[in-house]
Write a protein of this length. Structure first.
Length: 293
């Protein structure tokens, strides 16, 4: 017997709605208050996933840029998923461990980890050589952005291994393949790419995939704010929305053959071509991957 909802039955409603590709799946997105992390969380929400959103910003106005983990989680829920905000400083290993303990206890599974959190120091300057930048730049950028990805993966991997499946996505950039912004930035992104490759090597027989993801030029809150006060080395107006990266992660998480991609560096624009999705405005950006040779 079906329960009547007005003149429409529950069964007929379910038949009319397309199945959400990640319904019943659980994801953690680190650094999800704004930017690419928020875009990925929203994409996972569109696909019906439960999304745990971590970060430090819980009050609007507490950070120089707009966005909070609670705001992202609420939008995930509004879009059809289930958003859960957990405040977490990813410099604090115990706090990170607590996130994954909570996910295991509440959900009993973890299908997707998106290592996105990243610290862009206020002291960092464009077009300034490394010997003229403060030494603290290295530690700030690598503790949250490289080390934090490793730590989150350490706590996520056992949950995925126990269920025999999972996907770890490290958000990186083309800076991992060639000079971009400064020395510390490029080394950090190259490390993120290598982290995915080496994790994939150790996880390959456990059913868990690990990849590195390169968005293109993304119209994040930070980039748009910087473009108003300084000349950027790229055309921001032609950039991707943060949600394009979300659609890329959804495509990977829903792909039954994702293990064929484990260990690889994947470009968001190239995944859009492969899986047939577009940006929120219907466009499909060009890949920034440098051709060999």
């Amino acid at each position: 017997m079906t329960r009547a909802l007005g003149s429409i039955t529950a069964s007929s409603m379910s038949e009319e709605r397309p199945a959400l590709p990640l319904a019943g799946k659980v994801a953690v997105v680190t650094g999800g208050s704004r930017g690419v992390g928020r875009g990925i969380a929203l994409g996972l929400g569109d696909a019906g996933a439960t999304v745990y959103v971590t970060g430090r910003t819980v009050d609007e106005g507490a950070a120089p840029l707009p966005g909070t983990i609670g705001g992202t989680a609420a939008e995930v829920t509004r879009r059809g998923g289930r958003g859960v905000a957990i405040r977490c400083d990813h410099r604090d290993d115990a706090a990170v461990e607590a996130v994954f303990h909570a996910v295991r206890a509440r959900e009993g599974r973890l299908d997707v980890l998106v290592n996105n959190v990243f610290a862009l120091p206020d002291a960092m300057a464009f077009n300034v050589p490394f010997w003229e930048q403060p030494l603290s730049l290295w530690d700030e950028m690598h503790s949250v952005g490289l080390r934090s990805h490793y730590v989150a993966s350490v706590f996520a991997a056992p949950i995925m291994i126990a269920q025999g499946s999972g996907l770890i996505v490290n958000v990186s950039s083309i800076g991992g393949a060639g000079y971009a912004i400064n020395v510390a930035y490029g080394v950090g992104k190259a490390g993120v790419d290598r982290l995915a490759a080496d994790m994939a090597h150790e996880l390959k027989d456990r059913g868990v995939a690990a990849v590195s993801l390169w968005p293109g030029i993304v119209k994040t809150e930070r980039i748009l704010a910087l473009a108003k006060v300084m000349e950027m080395p790229f055309d921001v107006s032609r950039g991707e929305s943060p949600e394009l990266s979300g659609r890329a992660v959804v495509a990977l998480a829903a792909d039954p053959d994702v293990m064929a991609k484990t260990g690889q560096v994947l470009v968001v624009a190239e995944l859009a071509e492969e899986y047939g999705f577009t940006d929120v405005d219907g466009s499909r950006p060009r890949s920034l991957r440098r051709p060999k040779g």
